[in-house]
Design a protein around this ligand. Structure first.
Ligand SMILES: C[S@@+](CC[C@H](N)C(=O)[O-])C[C@H]1O[C@@H](n2cnc3c(N)ncnc32)[C@H](O)[C@@H]1O
Length: 282
């Protein structure tokens, strides 16, 4: 029996009827994109409120930590792409960070998402900011797995970020291949994603919270249990920290050691509820 590489294991199945997972369900690969789109169409209007409710506001701290860890702008203005950027949460943090730290009004972020509804919300939100109508921000509809080369040429970006988005994509290796392509040599890939909790006791409490409270909050706050059930299930289907680090390496990016923390390929947040993975295109 042949052994699958990590990338093969988490790519859609190569059989005649190619399947992938949609939460805990196995679905034909070609269906996943529209199923995910339905989820985000459905949650777009309540997305920011639900994010706060589901994570008790913690996603804000994680996104702050994500951006501080990356230190955008520390070597001068940069060009960033925030993929699966939704309503622009990470983009706004990057722009605020460089402006507050370095008085940098030249760093620019392209927010890319497959879902026009999420982007519309983001665009509207940015209208209230000083970045609106400046070259610092752009919203573009595109699939992370196949960024159109005319709009996203190779070797373009200094920083590629993706936060809570990659697990929704049908093929994680395709997303990583595209990330590698659009990054400049020396550019950084950074992913913030839900991950695997290491402590068994904490994991049990977290499971209880996720599977009973989150779908209930979805019902109460958004009238949509199913979408939130999917969000929880998709977290459990995502590869563990070392498995994902190996996939990043397989895509050609240089990672730190195969461990957590300083010098390692990832950093755990809250015992592994989320993790930040980074890699560099050398
Ligand atoms: C949970 S939201 C995260 C949004 C934002 N990054 C944040 O942290 O608030 C996931 C986003 O991934 C987007 N998405 C899903 N599949 C995608 C794909 N193949 N290409 C680009 N975006 C995708 C969804 O439309 C959605 O906006």
């Amino acid at each position: 029996m042949s052994t699958l590489t990590h990338s093969q294991a988490f790519a859609p199945s190569q059989e005649a009827h190619r399947t992938t997972h949609f939460g805990f369900r196995t679905v034909p690969e070609e269906d996943k994109e529209s199923l995910v789109k339905n989820v985000f169409d459905s949650v777009a209007s309540s997305y920011d409120l639900m994010n706060d409710a589901m994570s008790l506001g913690v996603h804000r701290l994680w996104k702050d930590e994500f951006v501080s860890l990356l230190k955008p702008g520390s070597k001068g203005p940069i060009k960033c792409i925030d993929v699966a950027g939704g309503t622009g949460d990470v983009a706004l943090r990057i722009l605020d960070f460089v402006r507050e730290r370095y008085a940098d009004r030249e760093t620019a972020v392209d927010v890319v998402d497959i879902n026009g509804e999420m982007l519309k919300k983001g665009y509207k939100r940015f209208k209230k900011t000083m970045y609106h109508n400046t070259p610092q921000i752009a919203f573009q509809e595109a699939n992370a797995q196949a960024l159109p080369e005319d709009r996203f040429p190779a070797n373009t970006y200094d920083l590629y970020t993706i936060a809570f988005g990659i697990r929704n994509c049908t093929s994680v290796p395709d997303v990583l291949t595209e990330a590698y392509r659009v990054l400049k040599p020396g550019g950084t890939f950074a992913c913030l994603e839900f991950s695997k909790v290491n402590n068994p006791l904490f994991s049990a409490v977290y499971d209880q919270y996720s599977f009973s409270i989150i779908p209930l909050l979805g019902t109460i706050l958004a009238g949509d249990r199913e979408s939130y059930q999917y969000l929880v299930e998709s977290i459990r289907k995502f590869p563990s920290q070392p498995e994902f680090a190996k996939m990043i390496e397989d895509a050609g990016l240089t990672i730190g050691g195969m461990h957590e923390g300083k010098g390692g390929a990832w950093r755990d947040l809250w015992g592994g509820i989320a993790a930040i993975h980074t890699g560099v295109k050398l």
